[in-house]
Design a protein around this ligand. Sequence first.
Ligand code: TPP
Ligand code: MG
Length: 778
Amino acid sequence: MDVDRQLACLRALERKILWLSSWTIHHANHLRERRDGLKVGGHQASCASVVTLMTALYLDVLRPQDRVAVKPHASPVFHAIQYLLGRQTRDALERFRAMGGAQSYPSRTKDADDVDFSTGSVGLGVAMTLFAALVQDYLRTKKLVPTDAPPGRMVALVGDAELDEGNVFEALLEGWKHDVRNVWWVIDYNRQSLDRVMEDRLSLQIDTLFRDMGWDVIVLKYGRRLEAAFARRGGDALRQWIDECPNSLYSALVYKGGAGWREHLLRDLGDTSGVGELLDEHDDDALHTLMTNLGGHDLETVLDAFHGVRGDRPTCFLAYTIKGYGLPFAGHKDNHAGLMTPDQMELFRRTQGVEAGREWEAFAGLDLPEDELREFLSAVPFAQPAERRHRPPPLAVPEPFPAPRGSKLSTQEGFGRLLADLARGGSALSERIVTASPDVTVSTNLGAWVNRRGVFDRRRQADVFRLEEVVSAQKWEASPEGQHIELGIAENNLFLLLAALGLAGPVFGVRLLPVGTLYDPFIARGLDALNYACYQDARFLLVATPSGITLAPEGGAHQSVSAPLIGIGQPGLLAYEPAFQDELAEIVRFAFQYLQDEHGGSIYLRLSTRPLTQPERSLGPELRREIVEGGYWLVPPEPGAELALVYTGVVAPEVQEAFAELREDTPGAGLLAVTSADRLHAGWRAAQSARASGDPTVRAAVETLLAPLAREAALVTVLDGHPAALSWLGAVAGQRVVSLGVERFGQSGDIPDLYREYGLSADAIVGAVARACLDRRA
Ligand SMILES: Cc1ncc(C[n+]2csc(CCOP(=O)(O)OP(=O)(O)O)c2C)c(N)n1
Ligand SMILES: [Mg+2]
């Protein structure tokens, strides 16, 4: 097919994509039964703004190895394109925003068509592409993927308001440090966010900012028609007029149409030679078409810009667009959630030449033969057969993991040793571990691993301190062989890098086992990015340490309180908080399996810097299973026992001390170690629903654990974190609970003072038991 015909096909399909995205939203809002009185929504204006850019990318520029994060509100455009390519069903479009239909925002896990990166929380999808580009480089540098094929481009279609999100700039800076390449950010510069029209001249700031970060910037400001007008007599004045037109006035005139343009141009440029003729030659409609001919809506300008890129430098396309382009509310500042009325839609249908009843048809109303369009679509480079969702086989996990030795050790230190041991051996597993940390590598105990495996960098960099023979325990040599990615202090970046590393299997076909470390309280700093990573089913091991008030002298601001509740509440993330080294080793072994399990997920380990005396024991298979399932009896209760102490993690010594005291009065009492409140809780909920669905035989691990206790037994629960993480245990068998934990901000102190102040000391535990027993008698 010759170039002109191709362009004609692209133009026709661009129109169709605008139609289908508008219609999909209209149908969902006006033609589907609404049972709950809630608006369905959808963003016709946001879609219209990006139709040309996405048409050019998907139907001409992209290749199968490229990966895209589509701005959230352009989901219907994405699905329309997939539909035209035969990868999305009409049924899913008809059920846009309904259960089982196309999702409101592109979703890797919930959409049936080929979403590369989920989006929704603005800014995150954008940054995700940058980290995916780093991961691609990691894999190519190590030759873990074939390097004879060209690398993919990681492309983000960016709403301009997304650039207000700080995480975008955190990512840009990190990208600069790592010399990122093969990443394109295409900014849909419609100068509108949700509420308003944006500041003038923002484009200059964006331009400078990206160039400062080492990016190429390509500005697509005007389309071919306007450029032609600028080349005429009076054209310079016209260009200057538009260049200087405030964003709000430009938007308002876009909305008003031809008469509005004429009025303003006559008033401002009526005396300029050449402009009068230009106005005379254009009727109102033609004048409107001319004045709205921005770069981002001009297919040829867009194609030239994309195809003009040579090489792999990170590139930002600043494409001027109009929000709602081609629709009745184009340019109106309130159009973000605006929907065409049924009358407007009817008019739009007629102008698109779509017959009533044929609204979903892919080729209805287009002025090119269907065969030709089909031929064009079947030749689209992006749609050529290629594996875009890989399923690499799991890596074997050695069993069991030897527990770190030492009679008194913290879980943080133990984890460091476990990784260091893995680094020493040459297993396939250890080759695929990638660690990452936002400037807390050494303080979270990854030092020994990094000493053995090195820091990753495409460019080899010597450890100058070593060369200069300055003594240091920490080697810092960067090379392509390195397996640790060091980040600056930005937790958002850690989570987005973990998201990208954790999708290396499905996206690039190579399984990686990412391990990220950070301080537990700063999970909250990047929580949305963590949630984003989990939502895409990225798989990683998150190691958070130090945690809780047990951090003690190092101060209140670093003492995490609600983290155990995040562990329970975050879907896709299974939380563990071991106390002892043998538990830790078993959980880490399990984690490496779970990360690779089709039905698994990511794992969060909440660790501590407090050294604990280790129990002398060797774990049998039963105990190993219980540790992974979430809990085991350190001291089993006698049948019908009236008391159990239940604890999680680092408070073990206080609980054991209290237990020894209590046992004298309550001989049958039990001592329950909970390694994962999250797992126990999930298992309990799952068993309840299995029973509700008719299988009375199912028993949850926690139900089995609590079964020996008397119905009126008292449970006293203790953890260094919010007490609600364990207080639900009372509901399992209807037993009474007194929950100890931390509900207030921490402060500096040593462990005895802090545990006394926050009610975690052995005395406090004994007191709680007395209260629980009193309550029971009341
Ligand atoms: C983190 C986050 N905060 C708020 C929102 C709500 N929101 C959705 S779209 C939007 C503005 C989008 O403007 P822009 O990125 O310019 O996209 P456009 O629709 O103009 O293309 C906002 C604030 C969101 N989705 N995510
Ligand atoms: Mg915008």
